[in-house]
Design a protein around this ligand. Structure first.
Ligand SMILES: C[S@@+](CC[C@H](N)C(=O)[O-])C[C@H]1O[C@@H](n2cnc3c(N)ncnc32)[C@H](O)[C@@H]1O
Length: 365
């Protein structure tokens, strides 16, 4: 398994990672699992792994250059108990970890997003605290350090509001924690007289993850055996691909709150159309291609073989919406069969039936 997942034994390829992989197999041993999100150059993670050879450490980072620096650091240290994943933090937390599997999560100086209008990009919020509660083992810990007090206060409020936790210390927020390892980044700020805010919580009870949190992080409810959605339309006449290609609308295909299906572009091929689609659900955004192509019975609509989105409700809904839209442009087309989730299919049918003409549902780019 390890050979397929990683070329160097350290960095895991996200596309090869299944939903909630077997970490014991990946590390070749069973040991407490510790996660750091936003590892930067990996200094903290390497230190943690060196000082605790009995734990399995996973570092997640979105910046490629940082990830490579961290990889080199792990390699030079000769550590066998570290794996790195190039992935967004909340995506990693919801997709890669089964409930009650993490012993600790560390967040060192997460991006503060100072501007008011960017606040919602912060990793830690109310939903994040709930998501983490479902992933931590009992007694599992959350430790965060930031130099931006408003973010620290916000994190404390989010964790205090979730009944799964109790503060690690007398107060959940403190400005000194001498035992905490300071990276070069932290030492530099410290020398300049900056204050640090440490936040610590322990999971003390199991709670059921609420529906609104699952809507915020749709990957948290995946089982890993989801069916790939496809729709087969039966047609009695040859398809005019050029006309169909021109008919496929660009722009907003569907919107409910922050959940969106957006057609970015559309390409004409031989007896096929490829649609570039963005599906946003809560904090998750997936961009992938959909293939609309000739089938011996008519026209098939499915996720393109070169795309690997997770088959969330939003992806099912997007395929259903596109297929029903295509059907409306093909005279005499009938539904042969579909594998879309029932709820997603019903939503798509209802949405399209609320409009008299298919054109009226689209807002051009
Ligand atoms: C301010 S730096 C801190 C780096 C490191 N933790 C340290 O203390 O030196 C924040 C790091 O988090 C990464 N990052 C920001 N948002 C992230 C996210 N949502 N998921 C994963 N990594 C993220 C950034 O690329 C950057 O490397």
């Amino acid at each position: 398994m390890e050979e397929v997942l990683t070329l160097d034994g350290i960095v895991l390829r996200p596309q090869a990672l299944p939903v909630r992989p077997n970490w014991e197999q990946i590390f070749w041993r069973s040991a407490p699992l510790v996660l750091e999100i936003g590892i930067g150059n990996g200094e903290f993670l390497v230190r943690l792994a060196e000082q605790n050879p009995g734990i399995n450490c996973i570092g997640v980072e979105i910046d490629r250059d940082y990830l490579l620096k961290a990889r080199n650091r792990v390699k030079s240290a000769g550590l066998k108990n570290v794996r790195l994943v190039p992935m967004e933090g909340s995506k990693a937390l919801s997709r890669l970890f089964a409930p009650e599997t993490l012993t600790a999560l560390y967040l060192n100086f997460p991006d503060p997003w100072h501007k008011e209008r960017h606040k919602e990009r912060r990793l830690v919020n109310g939903a994040f605290a709930w998501l983490l509660a479902s992933r931590l083992v009992n007694n599992g810990q959350f430790l965060m350090v930031t130099d931006y007090e408003p973010y620290a206060q916000e994190a404390v409020a989010a964790f205090t509001a979730c009944p799964a936790y109790e503060p690690l210390w007398e107060t959940p927020l403190r400005t000194d924690l001498s035992s905490y390892y300071q990276t070069k980044y932290a030492r530099k700020w410290s020398e300049l007289g900056r204050s640090f805010f440490y936040i610590g919580f322990r999971k003390v009870r199991t709670v059921e993850i609420p529906e609104w949190v699952l809507r915020t992080y749709p990957l948290a409810s995946l089982r890993g055996d989801e069916i790939m959605p496809h729709v087969l339309l039966k047609t009695s006449q040859p398809t005019d691909w050029q006309t169909l290609w021109k008919s496929v609308p660009k722009g907003l295909l569907w919107q409910q709150g922050s959940d969106v299906v957006n057609v970015k572009d559309c390409y004409l091929g031989d007896n096929s159309i490829i649609v570039d689609l963005v599906v946003t659900e809560g904090r998750l955004m997936q961009r992938f291609f959909v293939s609309i192509h000739a089938h011996r019975k008519g026209v098939m609509v499915k996720v393109h073989d070169a795309s690997h989105p997770d088959f969330t409700q939003g992806v099912h809904r997007a395929i259903a919406l596109l297929a029903l839209t295509v059907k409306s442009f093909l005279s005499n087309a009938q539904l042969h069969h579909h594998t879309c989730d029932d709820r997603a299919w019903r939503e798509a049918v209802k949405h399209l039936s609320e409009f008299n003409s298919p054109e009226s549902i689209y807002t051009p780019n």
